[in-house]
Design a protein around this ligand. Structure first.
Ligand SMILES: Nc1ncnc2c1ncn2[C@@H]1O[C@H](COP(=O)(O)OP(=O)(O)OP(=O)(O)O)[C@@H](O)[C@H]1O
Length: 276
C-alpha cells in the first residue's frame, strides 16, 4: 500500500532577476491499496511525474509524506524502495547489455543471487511475452520492447508495489493492450498495489479500480469511475474529467485543449504569472 499525504514540491529556475519558482505539486493526497490499480489522471503539467518521482525517492519533497507498506520513504528510503518497482519516464536501459543482462543486473543490485535473478528474469519474460528479446542488446529496441524490458527490470525483485509513470507512452495498440493485461494479471494473481499515471482517460477508465484526479498540483477528486461520473453528473468520463480538472464550466467547451494555460499546465501557468 502507498499512502501519500500533503506532498509538495517547487522548482526554482534561473537566477537573479530571471529567477522563477514553479509550484509543481501543491498538496497531493492519495492512497493506493493492495490488489487494486490506482490511476493518477491529470492534464499536462498537473504534477503527476513530479509526484511519482517523490514516491520513488528520486527527488526530495519540500513537504508531506510518502509511506510504503508502513515505511516512510524519507527516513527509510532503502527499505521503502525494496518494496517498490518503479518504471520512470526515462526508461534508462544499458544499451550495450542484453535485455536479460539489464534485468539480472537490477536483480543483483537488489541483493538477489545470480541464479534467482536469472530464474525470475525467465519467469517475467513469459509474463511479458518477451522471450525472443532476452538475448538481444537493447540498443535498437523499439519503444514497446524497451518498455517490456524496463518493466521486467522494475519487477525483478518481485516488489509488492508497482509505480509506473505514463507506461503506455509510445506504445502501439497491441503493446498497450498487452501491458493492460499484464497489469490486470499482476493485480489479480498476486494482489499487487499498482499505481500508474496517465493523461489518457480511456486508458484509466478501462483499467483503474480507483482514480485520483490531479490538477494544479493538487488532488481535486478521487473515487471509482462510476463514482466520479455520479459526482459530476456526467455520463461520459471525458466530460467528468474535464469538469473535475478544469472546472464545471469547461465541460463540453471546445478550445480547452488549445488554451495556453492547458498546454503549459494550468497550475504552472498561474504560478509563473504570479511570479511575473
Ligand atoms: N525539474 C524541473 N524544473 C522546473 N520545472 C519543473 C521540473 N519538473 C517539473 N517541472 C514543472 O512542474 C510542473 C509539473 O510537471 P510534471 O512533469 O510533474 O507534470 P505531469 O502531470 O507529469 O505532466 P505531463 O502529463 O505533461 O507529463 C510542470 O509545469 C513542469 O514544467
Amino acid at each position: 500500500m502507498i499512502d501519500v499525504q500533503d506532498l509538495r514540491k517547487s522548482f526554482v529556475q534561473g537566477s537573479g532577476r530571471r529567477k522563477q519558482t514553479v509550484l509543481a505539486v501543491d498538496g497531493v493526497n492519495w492512497r493506493a491499496e493492495d490488489g487494486r490499480i490506482t490511476g493518477l489522471l491529470g492534464p499536462n503539467g498537473a504534477g503527476k511525474t513530479t509526484t511519482l518521482r517523490m514516491v520513488a525517492g528520486l527527488i526530495e519533497p519540500d513537504g508531506g509524506t510518502v509511506v510504503v507498506d508502513g515505511i516512510d520513504v524519507a527516513s527509510q528510503p532503502r527499505a521503502a524502495l525494496a518494496r517498490m518497482g518503479v518504471l520512470s519516464d526515462a526508461r534508462g536501459l544499458y544499451p550495450r547489455l542484453t535485455a536479460r543482462e539489464n534485468v539480472v543486473y537490477y536483480g543483483r543490485l537488489h541483493g538477489m543471487s545470480g541464479a534467482d535473478a536469472n530464474r525470475r528474469c525467465i519467469e517475467l519474460a513469459g509474463l511479458l511475452d518477451m522471450q525472443g528479446l532476452l538475448d538481444r542488446r537493447t540498443d535498437g529496441f523499439s519503444q514497446g520492447e524497451r518498455m517490456k524490458t524496463a518493466l521486467a527490470r522494475a519487477l525483478v525483485h518481485n516488489p509488492p508495489n508497482i509505480v509506473l509513470d505514463e507506461p503506455t507512452n509510445g506504445l502501439d495498440v497491441l503493446a498497450t493492450r498487452a501491458l493492460r493485461d499484464t497489469l490486470r494479471r499482476l493485480r489479480d494473481e498476486t494482489g499487487k498495489c499498482i499505481v500508474f499515471s496517465s493523461h489518457i482517460m480511456q486508458e484509466v477508465e478501462r483499467l483503474c479500480d480507483h482514480v485520483v484526479v490531479v490538477a494544479h498540483g493538487r488532488t481535486v477528486a478521487s473515487g471509482t469511475v462510476p463514482g466520479l461520473l455520479a459526482q459530476t453528473g456526467q455520463t461520459d468520463f471525458e466530460e467528468a474529467f474535464v469538469s473535475l480538472a478544469f472546472g464545471a464550466g469547461a465541460a463540453s467547451s471546445h478550445g480547452v485543449a488549445n488554451s495556453t494555460d492547458n498546454r503549459m499546465g494550468t497550475h504552472a501557468a498561474s504560478a509563473l504569472k504570479e511570479q511575473a
